[in-house]
Design a protein around this ligand. Structure first.
Ligand code: ADP
Ligand code: MG
Length: 256
């Protein structure tokens, strides 16, 4: 049975997509069967996987959510990266309205992914930067939440709002939802604010704050324009190393 992990943070630019793509590839290199679900209309996880988001011949996440296409038929085999991708593009913007008249509209993704549960060890969902119906679908389908976070002044404020949302979902539609971890991204230990925020996180979250930190690394920012995960684009970079370590930490922690 696949463990479904939603990478969520309603703040944009915190490293959700970078973490989703590179963690997917790093887990694949640990011989895990990985599905990466692009649930953001920006389609960045799709592009970062080297797929032209404007040329999705079989359709993508929207068609799957609306039950117009079985998820299996929309999957793209990103063979070099080592994972399967459920791709998305701007069409997914229509989901918010299109789902309005659906029964149990927060469960559309859960229903769509159910037939694939036996085919994968882990499913990573790259969420949009908001707490909208797409994100609610991700939190409903998921077993756990992975929160990428930049250690800066406003990070903690946004985090409490996100944790409230997770709590609400847990109280209602998805009682089993757990916090799989908080991962510090674009981390620079030389910066004193980073260290302060990091210490606060550590005091408050204890073991839920993952030990691996992802450094700010220019190779990580360059890789998407080459349509490659970091372990292919710059295997020896600090960024690639960090995502390998993160993959091992999560695989151990979650028994993937
Ligand atoms: P999100 O999906 O949360 O909006 P992204 O993963 O797209 O965030 O990251 C935002 C920007 O920061 C992108 O341009 C990305 O390439 C860059 N970025 C992300 N993580 C790193 C990192 N560790 N080092 C350098 N640049 C990064
Ligand atoms: Mg993103």
């Amino acid at each position: 049975m696949a463990r479904i992990i939603a990478l969520t943070n309603q703040k944009g630019g915190v490293g959700k997509t970078t973490t989703a793509v590179n963690l997917a590839a790093a887990l694949a290199s640990l011989k895990k069967r990985v599905l990466l679900v692009d649930l953001d209309p920006q389609g960045h996880a799709t592009m970062g996987s080297g797929i032209d988001k404007h040329g999705l011949a079989n359709g993508g996440t929207l068609d799957v959510l609306l039950e117009e296409l079985p998820a299996r038929e929309a999957l793209i085999d990103c063979a070099e990266a080592g994972y399967q991708l459920l791709p998305a593009n701007g069409d997914l913007t229509a989901a918010e309205v299109a789902l309005l008249d659906r029964d149990a509209r927060e469960r559309c993704l859960e229903r769509a992914l159910a037939p694939l549960a036996g085919d994968f060890d882990v499913v990573l969902i790259d969420c949009p930067p908001s707490l909208n119906m797409l994100t609610v679908n991700a939190l409903t389908a998921a077993h756990g939440v992975l929160i990428p976070l930049q250690c800066e002044f406003y990070a903690l404020e946004g985090l409490s709002m996100l944790l409230d949302t997770v709590e609400q979902i847990r109280d209602g539609i998805n009682p089993g939802l757990s916090l799989d971890g908080i991962v510090r991204t674009m981390f620079d230990n030389r910066n004193s604010l980073t260290r302060d925020v990091s210490n606060q996180l550590s005091n408050y979250f204890g073991d839920d704050l993952l030990r691996t930190t992802i450094p700010r690394n220019v190779r990580l920012a360059e890789a998407p324009s080459h349509g490659q995960p970091i372990n292919r684009y710059a295997r020896l970079s600090r960024g690639a190393h960090a995502y390998r370590v993160l993959a091992r930490e999560l695989a151990r922690r979650l028994s993937l």
